[in-house]
Structure formats: C-alpha cells, structure tokens
Ligand binder design. Structure first.
Ligand code: F58
Length: 832
C-alpha cells in the first residue's frame, strides 16, 4: 500500500473534538508514558503539542514536495535570532482548531490555559530583530511563499531576568530542559564546519593558482526542523536550526593517545558553539565565540542550500534564480565570503563568475545606525579563525577598490571609507561594507532609517551604487499580535467586518466608520477593559502591586537602553508624582506606569536604570498622599509571552527614543494595532504610523532627527541650562541625585545624573523633557473624555493595516527576492 496514504488513513489527522480527545489520550500513554491520573500540566502540554504536530506533518511534507516538484525559487532567511515564543496557541490558531482543542481538553477535565501556560518560550532572540524574523516566518507561510528560516538551536535562550532587591539578576533560560515537542531532530542532516588551520596554495588541473584550507578543526552542524504553520494550514514551511556536534574522528585521535578526558573536554568545547545566545541588543562584543557562531550557522546553511540546489541543477548559473538569501543584519555576512569559497575552491568556478552569482543571490537588511552595534571583526581574529575567508575578503576588497580608484580621482579619504578594512587602529573587517558589496539589494527597516542610511553609514556606497539601497518598513503578524494575543478585540472585529482581516489586514480599515458608532465604542472599551483586568491580575501576581483598572495604562516595553529613553519616562513619572503631592485636591486622572525590559548583562547604565525604576516604584506606590492615583510597575522577564498579555491592555504606547536612533521599532506597531495611542518622537516607523493613523490620533513631541543632528553638530547644547530653566525637571533630578529614592545609598544614581548633566546628555533627555510633559498632559486630558479617547483608539486599530508583516514580506518578495507563492498539492483533501 502507498505509505503516504496509510499515514493519512489513521486517526492522527482528525480535527474534531472526539478525534482530538482520543489522540490526546493515546499520545499521553504511548509517547509521554503517563496515565491521565499521574500526568502533570507539562505532560499534558507535551501530549497536546505532539498530537497537534501530527496534524501538520502530512501537509508539511506536501508543501516541501511541491517546492521540490516545481523547482520553485526559495527564499532563505538567515538570522542569528528567531524570537518565536510559544507555539501551541499559534499552531492551533493557524490550523483553526482552538475551540476544538479547548473542548477536547475540557472533556478530559483540563483547562486550555493551564496547558498553554506549561509551554516555555522559545526565546532565541534579544528583541526587535529576532521577533521580526519570527513575524516574517509566519507571513511567508501564511502567504504560501517558499521561505526557510536558518539559525542556531541555542540550548540556552535569552537569560531569565529576575529582580533581587530591585537589581536585575540573570538566570539561565533552559527552554529545552524537558524536551521540545515541536522539533524534529535530523541526525542524518549533518555538515562539517571548519575553523583555524591554514591555507595551502597549489596549481589546479589547468595550471591555475588555487587554494585549499587544511589542518583545520572540524565541528558538525546537525539540523533540527520545526514546522512553521501558515494561517489556514495550507502551507507549512520549515525553520531549520543548527546544533553543534563534535566529529567522531576528532575524538578517536585522542582515544588512541589514551587521553580520554582530553577527548571529552574537546567534545564539550566544540559543542559549546550552539550553547548560548549572546544577550547584547545593541553593542557588539567582538568575542571569538560569537564570530564562530556566525560562521557555523552560515556555513551549514549555505551547504544545505547548495545541496538542495544541486538536486535539480548541474551548474551554478541558475543559483540566483532558485535561491534568494536574505541576511538579517551583518551577523551572517561572512556567508558572502563562504559562498565565494564554496564556489571557487570547492566547485572550481572562476572568480568573476562566482562573484556575479554571489551578489545576485544575497541581499542585506540593516537594523541599526548605532556605531557601537556595527560589526567590525579584528583582521587578526578572522585570519586565525577563518584564514581562507580573510584572503577572500582581501581579494574582494582589492578588486573593488581598484575599480573604484579609477573614478574616485584621488579621493583617498573616500576610498578608505569604502574599504572593507578599517585601517584606523587595530585593523578590522567592516561587516556592513562586506554585506553591502556582496548583495544586490540593501534595505533599511523604515522610511526614515533608510534615508539616514543613505546619508550616514552608507553614504559613500550609496553614491557608488545609487540603486542598491531600498526601504522595507517593518511589519508585525496580525495572527499572533491581534488574533491570538487579543481574543476579546479580535472577536469584536470579526463580528463587525468578518474574518478577512486575519489574512489581509488592509481590510481592518472597514472599522474606520465604526469609530463614530457609540455602541461599537462601548464594546471596544469593554474589550480593552477585559485585557486590562487580565494585565492587572498579572501585575499583582508578578509584583504584588495592585493597580486601578480604570487608570491610564501607560506602557513602555522594550529592551533597556539609553537611546530608548526609559529615563525620560522616569523623569516624567517623578514630576507627575510631585505635582500630585503638591495638589492633592485636584481630581487627577489615575496613571499606571508599566515598564518591562531586559538590560544586557554588561550594560551597567541600563541596569542602574532598572534599579531606579524599581526604587521610584517603591516610593511612589507606598506614598498614601497620591491616593493610588499613580502606580509604577516594572514587570520582570519581558518576553513574547509577557508581551502578549501587556500589549492588548495598553492605553498609551511609549515610543520615545531620541529621533534618528531607533531604526524602526515594531512594538510601536503592535501597541497601535491593539488600540493604544502612541506618545512618541518622529523616529523610526513612528513617522509612518503618524501618517497612517493621522496626526490627530497620536501624541508627537520632541526634536526631529534633523534637529538632533544640528544640535549635536553645533556642540552648543548645555543640559545644565535646560535644567535650570525647568523647575519640575530640576526638582526631579535633584531628588534622584540627593537620594530621595535611594535613602540606603544616596550616591547610587550619580552616574545617571552625571550623564544627564556634565556628561552632555548625549540622548537629549533634558532637551525633550518639556515637550514630552506637554504631550503627556494632552494625553491625560484626552483620557478624561472616554468617548473621544475610544474614537481615537479605534482609528488607530483601523488605520494600522499597512503594518502587517504580510505587506512587508510581499514587498521583499516582489522587489528583492523575486519569489512567488506555491500552492501545495494536498491531494484534494479538505482542510479548514
Ligand atoms: C532592532 N534591532 C532595532 N538588534 O533596534 C529596531 O528599531 C527594529 O525595529 C528591529 O531591529 C527590527 O528591524 C535589534 O533588535 C538586535 O537585537 C541585535 C542583536 C545582536 C547584536 C546587535 C543588535
């Protein structure tokens, strides 16, 4: 009998309540090995996940087979981070069987929430960049695009954050501790990856100079595949993550010496490659292990991509027509040198031919202009770790500079800026320049960011290659960030405009007219209130603090960084606290300031800001004179799951970075889509959010990117003067500096006060303070008029359709990748 038919024939695929229930019981007993009485919540989670996984496998294979049969052009999204979070609700929701699953669990006496909550977050990313990759996976699968994610299967994801005495303390995040039911280990998909060694020159068969990399250490990359369920379950794509394994021969050498312990030690060392995610969000560590991680996953991915390509082709000429490789930042940019090495050294292509193919295959996304985040690896390190790649980089550089020299008529400064090697101080390879040169398209992630790229980091390259830079404003998946995270609002929306918005978010514009409908406004408020109650309970569970559901939930959730200016929000909090104490008879609009976010473990200033927020919270929350009109909470361990609870409950969305510094932001989009009003600067995608939601429905304040640039260039900014002229700012800062929030250590916050004063206030917190307070006052006044507030909130939701990652991914597909949807053949069998 046809094996495929057989697997389809059994119970595994049934999607009704009875079938699900039977299959849960079967999985619990025969795979998890428990009976229903002894099963823990975690056992049930594994049971349900395995049963759900069963229901996607056939369709997954159909999808892969269709790509293969059509020899479709695939897009390969190479990213060191995929912040996917939990997958159970996501899979159920995209398969359309949430209710069926809930009922099946109900019949077994189990609560769906309990089962869902037993799943650990896959926290394989730091923040925006990693979450963007996860949203893109969802959008590619939901639109039938043949997209693969390639990354690292970190054993430890982003650290768990706890507060001890108000300070951030990091704990290992052991998401794999109890196994991962979603992944399929592929011990047969194994590629060697080399490090160190040296390069040997020799003459090839036609007498040409050729090179081989010898005496290198080897590590194996082993694949783990996770199915990516598209909305509707038609397309199931693959996220392939690599795990490091020691080679066997490597160990045997040592065994023969009798050095058993040494062999085991070596094994552990080489497997450390995929052990842990680097927790930095905006600074480069320059650590060798990080470079090795980058090369490890890039090399394995490229080998896999070429293997797949060669199943259908005998020459490489068609590679750019069959594979688009997108570099998520410069982290996989070494792939440009690696593809050159594979084509030239292993497949004997001529250099110029290989270079043409490489450039036509790669594209690069830049996510930051911050100089400290731009990767620049010491030449000496690359020489040692990847000697052949260093040669190739030199060769790319020499050919490029030679060609450019002719046109640059003696502008040596420009040539040295264009060079792949930064010759100032210790010589370094500029990975951004390599990525730019080796790609046919380079994009920024918001309109403003892309313009600034052209004017700053890539100004010289833009002059040389004026068609290469383009913009792809980020987006977010409406499946996770509205449908799943906010069932109350999603259901309301669907009752009014149908469910087309889930796969075509532009349809949400149909809600615009409902903004003037009193009944709809009431229901919209009810949904928000439900979410606020859920968050209030979560806050109490996490912090012990009770907050007023009817207060403004003023939310700033994102990584802790000076440029994101949590400090500006803290200063406003203190100023508001002082005003409330000074004017106890005024009827204040109650405010709950909600913060959440992790600081990089070595970023001392960010950690001090965390401690300050906790210290301010302690004072404010226990001061009876503000009558509960002001509460401050800092929620621990912000991650995707926490975001799913916080974002739907927000009234006000804080997007207050120094203009010109936030490449795009994506939390800003999630919050606005969920009906929060933004208070923000004209930075990143806030600019485009204002255009879409309308200037009347957003609180914009502060300096523009141009003004920031001019002010910094003038060198004339004096924060002391600004502070002296603003009594409420002065008072807030004085309180911080004299220990009003740190009576146990009055000097604790001197570094912060110092940075904002004599340090020159690089992020212009003091410069924007007054206008920020004006915008905050406007928000508080508006909140008193609940009809008007709700009207604007609805207009935010209704006008955010353009920010779907479906739109973003389609732009990439059309303008960069040239990939098209494939409709998998499921043998005509029905599926919801
Ligand atoms: C973020 N970058 C940007 N980097 O800051 C944000 O504006 C943008 O919306 C988002 O990318 C998506 O485009 C970001 O998250 C990192 O986390 C890197 C991790 C590895 C080290 C360097 C920063």
């Amino acid at each position: 009998m046809d094996a495929r038919f057989k697997s389809r024939d059994i119970e595994r695929r049934s999607l009704d309540v009875d079938g699900l229930k039977r299959s849960f019981l079967e999985w619990l007993v025969y795979s998890v090995g428990k009976d229903a009485r002894a099963a823990t919540r975690r056992d049930w989670f594994h049971t349900v996940a395995l049963a759900v996984r069963d229901r996607v496998v056939d369709r997954w294979m159909d999808t892969t087979r269709s790509y293969y049969q059509e020899d479709a052009k695939r897009v390969y999204y190479l990213s060191l981070e995929f912040l996917i979070g939990r997958l159970l609700t996501n899979s159920l929701s995209n398969l359309g069987i949430v209710d069926e699953c809930r009922q099946a669990l109900d019949r077994l006496g189990l609560s769906m929430e309990d089962v869902v909550d037993a799943e650990p977050d896959a926290a394989l990313g730091n923040g925006g960049l990693g979450r963007l990759a996860a949203c893109f996976l969802d959008s590619m699968a939901s639109q039938g695009l043949p997209g693969y994610g390639y990354g690292i299967r970190y054993e430890f994801g982003l650290f768990e954050q706890r507060f001890e005495n108000g300070w951030q303390v990091e704990y290992p995040e052991q998401w794999l501790q109890f196994g991962n039911p979603w992944e399929f280990a592929r011990p047969e998909v194994l590629y060697p990856v080399q490090f160190y060694g040296r390069v040997e020159e020799f003459r090839d068969s036609v007498g040409e100079r050729a090179y081989r990399w010898v005496d290198a250490d080897r590590v194996l990359a082993m694949a783990y595949d996770t199915p990516v369920v598209g909305f509707g379950g038609e397309t199931i794509n693959t996220l392939r993550l690599w795990s490091a394994r020691a080679t066997r021969d490597f160990n045997f050498g040592h065994f023969n010496d009798g050095a058993y312990m040494k062999a085991v030690e070596q094994k552990i060392l080489s497997e450390n490659l995929s052990r842990v995610l680097y927790p930095n969000d905006a600074t480069e560590t320059g650590k060798e292990l990080r470079l090795k991680q980058e090369y490890f996953f890039t090399s394995a991915s490229l080998q896999d991509i070429l293997r797949r390509y060669l199943q259908h082709h005998t020459t490489f000429d068609n590679l750019p027509n069959k594979a688009a490789i997108q570099l998520n930042d410069t982290h996989p940019a070494i792939g440009i040198a690696e593809l050159m090495r594979l084509l030239v050294d292993q497949h004997a292509l001529r250099w110029d031919n290989a270079w043409e193919i490489t450039r036509a295959t790669f594209a690069y996304t830049n996510h930051t202009l911050l100089p400290e985040a731009l990767e620049a690896w010491p030449v000496r390190m690359i020489e040692r770790v990847l000697p052949r790649h260093m040669q190739i980089i030199y060769e790319i550089n020499a050919k490029f500079l030679n060609r450019t020299k002719a046109r640059a008529d003696g502008d040596n400064a420009k040539l040295s800026r264009l060079s792949l090697i930064d010759e100032r101080g210790e010589r370094r390879v500029r990975m951004g320049n390599l990525a730019f040169l080796g790609s046919h398209k380079v994009n920024g992630v918001s309109a403003l960011h892309t313009e600034l790229m052209k004017q700053t980091v890539f100004a010289d390259f833009h002059q040389e290659f004026p068609d290469r830079i383009n913009n792809k404003t980020n987006g977010i998946t409406p499946r996770r960030w509205l449908k799943q995270a906010n069932p109350a609002l999603s259901e309301l929306i669907t009752t009014r405009i149908g469910e087309g918005w889930i796969s075509d978010l532009s349809q949400i514009a149909a809600l615009r007219e409902k903004a003037d409908d009193v009944v709809f406004r009431e229901e919209f408020r009810r949904a928000k209130r439900k979410n606020k109650k859920r968050l209030a309970a979560y806050i109490t569970r996490q912090t012990g603090e009770e907050v007023l559901v009817d207060s403004i939930f003023d939310v700033q959730v994102k990584r802790m960084h000076e440029y994101k200016r949590q400090l500006l929000n803290v200063l406003h909090t203190i100023a508001l606290y002082n005003e409330m104490r000074d004017n106890p008879t005024v009827s204040w609009v109650p405010v709950t300031k909600v913060f959440a976010g992790k600081a990089a473990p070595s970023y001392h200033m960010a950690k001090l800001i965390i401690k300050l927020i906790n210290d301010v919270a302690k004072v404010v929350n226990h001061d009876p004179s503000v009558h509960d009109n002001l509460k401050v909470v800092l929620l621990p361990n912000y991650n995707v799951t926490a975001a799913e609870i916080i974002i739907p409950a927000a009234d006000l969305s804080e997007q207050i970075s120094t203009a010109g510094m936030e490449a795009s932001g994506t939390g800003n989009m999630k919050l606005a889509l969920n009906g929060a009003l933004t208070i923000g600067t004209l930075d990143g995608a806030n600019v485009e959010i204002r255009e879409h939601v309308g200037p009347d429905n957003i609180f914009i304040f502060g300096m523009t990117a141009d003004e920031v640039n001019d002010l910094r260039a003038s060198g004339g900014f004096n924060p002391r003067e600004v502070i002296a002229s603003n009594p409420s700012l002065k008072r807030a800062l004085d309180m911080i500096s004299t220990g009003a929030f740190s009576p146990d250590d009055r000097n604790r916050y001197h570094p912060i006060v110092q940075a904002l004063t004599d340090g020159g206030d690089h992020f212009l917190v003091t410069a924007d303070f007054a206008d920020y307070c004006r915008a905050q006052d406007a928000a508080m006044q508006l909140y008193r008029d609940s009809e008007e507030w709700t009207r604007k909130a609805i207009l935010n939701t209704a006008n955010m359709g353009w920010f779907s990652s479906d739109r973003t991914v389609n732009e990439y597909a059309g303008e960069i990748w040239d990939v098209h949807p494939v409709h998998p053949n499921h043998d005509g069998e029905g599926f919801r």
